[in-house]
Design a protein around this ligand. Structure first.
Ligand code: GRF
Length: 250
């Protein structure tokens, strides 16, 4: 388990190799820390070697708006026997979203509920509930779902609804979280899996992964580093939440 950042593991990505101007300016004033490898992350709580057995069968419904890489990571963890769950349905809201094709690769039904065709957020959420219920879903997983959810949906799946966000919440909620992190100049970033409450990107935390922000990072490179960890923690966080759903509720 890579739960700490060891010194001296060079990948060529450290301060010394990154920003020539800064390097020149500070060259004689500070001694630069050793390079930090891209693989150096802190995950808390640590991912168990064997994911816990669910208290009852996990029947997942995934809500996604875009690429679906988290959906694919969850589906792969199920297929590999790591996550004891079934993925019953993927709901997506953008026609042409890549997640539909990715769901098809795993033989998972994908249902388009285009938010533009609903009169209100509540009406969309009511249709989502109908679809999830029709597929026997008991855990809802938001994986890049770019719509605000209403209390209607939250009440239908009390403490059985999770989200992943590409920041160390409560920092940088909302859209463009990685851009926010870059703009703020933070030195670590990461991702959070949490229970869903009404306020955007709020609710008790289940698991977080921390990654370094390197001086040469752009939103694109940092996003990629964070996403690698999203794919690791989401299946584990689902298993942990379903094994002890009240454990993290405060
Ligand atoms: C992820 O970065 C997730 O944290 C955010 O939206 C992105 C979805 O990516 N909520 P993908 O569609 O799973 O590839």
């Amino acid at each position: 388990m890579d739960t700490q950042w060891p010194e001296g593991r060079g990948s060529g990505e450290g301060l010394g190799s990154a920003c020539p101007q800064m390097q020149q300016r500070h060259h004689t004033q500070i001694s630069l820390p050793p390079a930090i490898a891209m693989s150096d992350v802190l995950i808390s709580p640590p991912i168990p070697k064997v994911l816990p057995t669910p208290a009852r069968p996990i029947r997942l419904g995934i809500l996604a708006s875009g690429n679906g890489s988290n959906m694919a990571a969850i589906a792969a963890a199920i297929a590999a026997g790591q996550l004891q769950a079934t993925l019953e349905v993927v709901i997506y809201n953008n026609p042409g979203a890549k997640v539909a094709a990715r769901a098809a690769e795993y033989g998972i039904p994908a249902v388009l509920l285009n938010h533009r065709e609903f009169a209100s957020r509540e009406a969309l959420d009511a249709a989502i509930i109908d679809t999830l219920t029709a597929h026997g879903v008991n855990w809802v997983v938001m994986a890049g779902w770019m719509r605000r959810v209403t209390q209607v949906l939250i009440d239908a799946f009390p403490r059985q609804m999770l989200n992943i966000h590409p920041s160390l919440l409560p920092s940088f909620p909302g859209v463009r979280a990685v851009d926010q992190a870059i703009a703020a100049g933070v030195k670590v970033a990461g991702c959070t899996v949490h229970h869903v409450e009404l306020a955007v990107d709020s609710g008790p935390t289940i698991m977080q992964a921390v990654v370094p922000v390197l001086p040469k990072d752009t939103a694109t490179t940092l996003q990629a580093r964070i996403q690698q960890q999203e794919h690791r923690i989401y299946p584990a966080a689902i298993a942990i939440a379903a094994a002890a759903p009240s454990f993290h509720a405060r």
